[in-house]
Design a protein around this ligand. Structure first.
Ligand code: SF4
Length: 317
């Protein structure tokens, strides 16, 4: 059997920049999500650990931005956080052979702030040493034409990505996880982003409540049809202090098993085109906040099992 390399994000960046490029995650004060602050809903997605359920987060984060905020008292702090977080992480990876970096606005909804603030923050990230671009994680109900057009402008000489949470293409599931937007919204804004020429990454979750394997694979198929350039896939796992944790503890939610997850992943790879950039094939959390499934505690073991399963298909991850 011939063996083919999966186009991972690292391989894609290496081909494009002829050097090793690493994504640097950033999490800034003041950012929240319309699904948490009440604009769309309160509490957020049922699996999301946020200040609605976590007293510690509620105590430490007092000021939150929204697109309607008249002023941003946190701007100086946010700019400092970008430089500090970026440089600390870049320094670590430089010592391990990485030569360039992509600033990844990861935590919460990173277009959910006044437009002027977003521009200042993105531009601050872009002037960091050896920064080749940005990746912006967001929700389809929190982008505007103005933001997308600005990102298109930036993308003329930078590597600019926008990452949308798709999770599932079934409204019943999105309602069940309190996602706060429907499938039509994600489809509309992904297609709009693609029409404008932006690079789009879609986040998918396997093992959402009530979903069969057929539904998970339909989500993969639809996301491909919408034109995403890249995909991140992970299993739904339960952390403490979430609505999902309450469901799990009452026996109302059964997590996906490792065997089911890997089988679904193998079938997903049969759907994904060869030029799909695969950024993630699993996720886990190796601390005491994880309730279930326990196999999500050990990322290395997961990766070993996934790599072995993909190797059987002639794929090298
Ligand atoms: S969209 Fe993201 S930040 Fe917002 S509630 Fe859902 S998981 Fe949490």
């Amino acid at each position: 059997m011939s063996v083919r390399d999966v186009l991972t994000f690292g391989r894609y960046l290496k081909r494009r920049y002829k050097k090793r490029v690493k994504k640097i995650p950033l999490g800034l004060s003041g950012f929240t999500c319309p699904n948490i602050d009440g604009r769309v809903a309160k509490g957020g997605c049922t699996f999301c650990e946020n200040e609605s359920f976590s007293p510690n987060l509620a105590r430490t984060k007092k000021v939150f931005l929204s697109p309607d905020s008249k002023e941003n008292p946190l701007l100086d702090r946010q700019l400092q956080e970008i430089a500090h977080q970026y440089q600390a992480t870049a320094g670590y990876y430089e010592s391990r052979g990485y030569e360039a970096f992509l600033a990844y606005f990861q935590a919460f909804t990173n277009t959910y702030a006044p437009f002027d603030t977003l521009k200042r923050l993105y531009e601050k990230a872009l002037i960091q040493p050896k920064c080749v671009g940005l990746s912006i994680g967001t929700r389809s109900d929190s982008v505007t034409e103005e933001i997308l057009d600005y990102l298109v402008e930036l993308s003329k000489d930078r590597e600019i990505w926008i990452e949308y949470g798709i999770q599932s293409v079934f409204d019943t599931t999105l309602e069940r996880i309190n996602r706060g937007h429907d499938v039509a919204s994600v489809e509309r804004w992904i297609k709009k982003s693609k029409d404008k020429g932006l690079k789009v990454c879609g986040h998918l979750i396997f093992g959402l409540p009530g979903e069969s394997q057929e539904m998970m694979l339909t989500t993969v198929q639809k996301a491909v049809e919408w034109g995403i350039d890249s995909v991140k896939i992970h299993p739904l796992y339960v952390v403490k202090n979430t609505a999902l944790a309450a469901d799990f503890l009452k026996g109302r939610f059964t997590p996906i098993t490792l065997e089911e997850y890997i089988d679904t992943l193998q079938k997903a790879f049969e759907i994904l085109p060869r030029d799909m950039i695969v950024q993630r094939v699993t996720a886990g959390i190796g601390d005491s906040t994880l309730l279930a499934p326990k196999w999500c505690a050990n990322k290395n073991a997961q990766m070993r099992a996934i790599r072995a399963a993909l190797a059987k298909m002639g794929l090298r991850y």
